[in-house]
Ligand binder design. Structure first.
Ligand code: NDP
Length: 487
């Protein structure tokens, strides 16, 4: 399982299983060449994976946290050891630039296993003060002690999107395993190969059979079968429409949900902002994985007095970004994941033009014969009610809206169905904090696009339900159990 031109198999109950429904091609988004064939799981095989995770739960949930931490640290070590093999594989299937593939796609995955190995051995139970209870017909009175204990939820379905296949997977399975759950992973159809390779690494690290299973498929059938199967929780990262569908299905079985969904991040740029810093922050929408990031500041809300300066600097930034071969060291903007995704971006751009948005930069494809490229695009003159201000591109497109006062800025920022990640740029720390507290968004960066990975991460409104990140991620994969006793 180490080359990129082979047919892969499913990983169920510690075995490599031939897929019942054949295999489908995985295409490099830059070269449009097939780089491997991924297994097409049948619904029965998905259920087999769940059965295997269910069988493994009893013993894995009873292992000592230190044992789980040891396996997870070993996974981290082996990921490090196989880094030079994993980076080209994940680069080829995602089309990520070499810079993103080598600094983000694998190292962040490693870091997540190490982080949750550390958290696994902390005590997450909450002791409560004893309470005086009066005698009742139920029981004699007394001093009753209590503990809120964290228990694993059970079998967790981990369904992930295409942008960061290993990182998204690690963000789910590392905390889930650390808490004593067992998992069935269903990676995105476009780029599941590194996740399949990962399963082999996890087994080599000593993860017992059945604790981790991986099923893949080219369409929604395998994911749908997984959500309907005998699982206890769905941890899903992906689009809001798919998340809504999953929540409806999971709700019927009272399955626990962690949903990390779409975003339409606002960057509010006040008149006193460091415009250069704001340009770099907003420009990350183009410079970081071609805008295929849920947290990207894709809506620049700019005070009228700095609008012209901001747009001119941002346009200048877009023009110097090299678009093209992701393997070239100086490339900043690589391809989108697929022709379908490029079609979505272009179709929304078309609606933007029809509704009167002005294309300042880009809006077209670069002159490159293969690969799913879109040039970094800047749309100005956008109003809050336009489709391009409301819907996610998930591509290298920034829209600019103008405001006159703080209230209007906050209303514009809050005026979409999403609430995942917003940004405030101002020299006034008091205003930055005040505005942040008015934003209906799960995360706010003040004068930075940097993250703190111990902070809770998740969305308000249609951007999701629940939180992961740091210890909050660990808690997301637990049920609170109250244990009481007479003192
Ligand atoms: P999709 O929602 O299209 O797919 C995500 C996953 O869901 C895939 O594995 C897909 O596989 C699966 N899926 C699709 N239909 C079903 C179903 N009915 N039941 C179960 N699973 C299903 O997202 P993309 O991969 O296109 O990723 C882009 C989206 O992800 C954007 O909206 C982005 O904002 C969001 N995202 C959110 C993040 C966050 O943390 N909030 C982080 C990264 C991305 P298949 O189609 O084979 O079933």
């Amino acid at each position: 399982m180490t080359t990129t031109d082979q047919t892969y198999r499913l990983f169920i109950d510690g075995e490599w299983i031939e897929p019942a429904a054949g295999a489908y091609p995985i295409v490099n988004p830059a070269t449009e060449q097939v780089i491997g064939r991924a297994p097409e799981a049948s619904p029965d095989q998905v259920r087999d994976a769940v059965t295997s995770a269910r069988a493994a739960f009893k013993s894995w949930s009873r292992t000592k946290p230190a044992e789980r931490a040891e396996v997870m640290n070993r996974i981290g070590e082996l990921l490090d050891k196989y880094n030079d093999e994993l980076v080209p594989l994940v680069q080829a299937e995602t089309g990520a630039t070499q810079r993103v593939a080598s600094t983000m796609q694998v190292p962040v995955c490693i870091e997540r296993f190490r982080r949750y190995a550390r958290h696994a051995v902390e005590n997450h139970d909450i002791p409560l003060p004893p309470q005086v209870a009066q005698a009742t017909p139920l029981a004699p009175g007394g001093l009753i002690g209590a503990l809120a204990a964290r228990q694993p939820v059970g079998v967790v379905a981990c369904i992930t999107p295409y942008n960061f296949p290993l990182v998204n997977m690690a963000g789910k399975i590392a905390p889930a395993l650390a808490m004593g759950n067992t998992v069935v992973v269903k990676p995105a159809p476009q780029d599941p190969l590194a996740v399949l390779r990962f399963a082999e690494i996890a087994a080599e690290a000593g993860l017992p059979r059945g604790v981790l299973n991986v099923v893949t498929g080219s369409g929604a059938d395998s994911g749908q079968a997984l959500v309907e199967a005998d699982i206890d929780m769905v941890s899903f990262t992906g689009s809001t429409p798919v998340g809504t569908k999953i929540a409806e299905t999971a709700g019927r079985g009272m399955k626990r949900l962690l949903l990390e969904l779409g975003g339409k991040g606002a960057a509010v740029v006040f008149e006193d902002a460091d415009v250069g810093a704001a340009v770099t922050g907003v420009g990350s929408t183009w410079a970081f994985h071609s805008g295929q990031i849920c947290t990207a500041p894709t809506r620049a809300l700019v005070h009228r007095s700095v609008h012209d300066e901001f747009v001119s600097k941002l346009a200048g930034f877009a023009k110097v970004l090299k678009v093209g071969d992701p393997l070239a060291a100086d490339t900043v903007v690589g391809p989108l994941i697929s022709d379908t995704q490029r079609g979505r971006v272009e179709s929304l751009l078309g609606v933007g033009r029809e509704q009167g948005a002005e294309v300042v930069v880009g809006g077209d494809r670069p002159d490159i014969s293969t690969g799913y490229y879109v040039n970094p695009t800047l749309l100005d003159g956008v109003r809050g009610d336009m489709k391009v201000a409301q819907e996610e591109f998930f591509g290298p497109v920034v829209v600019v809206l103008t405001f006159d006062d703080e209230d209007e800025a906050v209303d514009l920022a809050n005026g979409t169905p999403f609430g995942l990640y917003d940004y405030v740029y101002t020299a006034d720390a008091g205003r930055g904090y005040r505005v942040a507290r008015q934003l209906r968004s799960g995360n706010v960066g003040i004068n930075t696009a940097q993250r703190n990975h111990e902070a809770p991460f998740g969305g308000f409104k249609m951007s999701g339900v629940g939180r992961d990140g740091g210890v909050f991620g660990l808690h997301a994969y637990s049920e609170l159990q109250s244990i009481v006793w007479p003192s």
